[in-house]
Design a protein around this ligand. Structure first.
Ligand SMILES: Cc1cc2nc3c(=O)[nH]c(=O)nc-3n(C[C@H](O)[C@H](O)[C@H](O)COP(=O)(O)O)c2cc1C
Length: 144
């Protein structure tokens, strides 16, 4: 059974709604899904999963501080142990496009992880269609 880790940060709930839809899709397709706020996640979560999905809102054209904090905490330990681990990034933005998502992708790629799907970025509150795409992503990860 695939183990999927969904970690995210969200203040007003937009990225969180996406995270929950991804988790729901993964669970529905038979995966074991761990859904955690980045503040509560650590090295063991990252090393113990088969695929990682990371959700960040766009704050000041960068990843949320709590996502940066997560990478700051785990980087030194997980470095060298993440090669080819599948990842996907998602998140919500106000109007400024995808720099936050790209900043997370940059770190994951620096760890040697493998991007296995286009990122999902939505403007502010995800629509039903956006949430459906998130659910589909969860399903896809469960079948990797
Ligand atoms: C502190 C802060 C900084 C933000 N900076 C940006 C920004 O630079 N560009 C942008 O497009 N949206 C910006 N936003 C808007 C958020 O990206 C947007 O409201 C998003 O939907 C929030 O997601 P969340 O509900 O998961 O927190 C900012 C919001 C906050 C609270």
């Amino acid at each position: 059974m695939k183990k999927i880790l969904v970690i995210y940060h969200s203040q007003s709930g937009n990225t969180e709604a996406m995270a929950k839809a991804i988790a729901e899709g993964g669970k529905g397709a038979g995966a074991t899904v761990t859904l955690k706020k980045a503040a509560d996640a650590g090295v063991d979560d990252l090393l113990g999963c088969d695929a990682v999905v990371i959700g960040t809102p766009n704050y000041f054209s960068y990843m949320a501080g709590m996502i940066k904090d997560f990478f700051d905490r785990v980087w030194g330990t997980v470095r060298g142990q993440m090669e080819n681990k599948p990842f996907v990034v998602f998140g919500s933005y106000g109007g400024g496009g995808l720099p936050a998502i790209e900043s997370v992708e940059h770190i994951c790629e620096g760890l040697g992880m493998k991007k296995i799907n286009d990122s999902i970025g939505v403007q502010r509150t995800p629509t039903a269609e956006n949430l459906k795409a998130c659910k589909e992503l969860g399903k896809k990860l469960a079948k990797l």
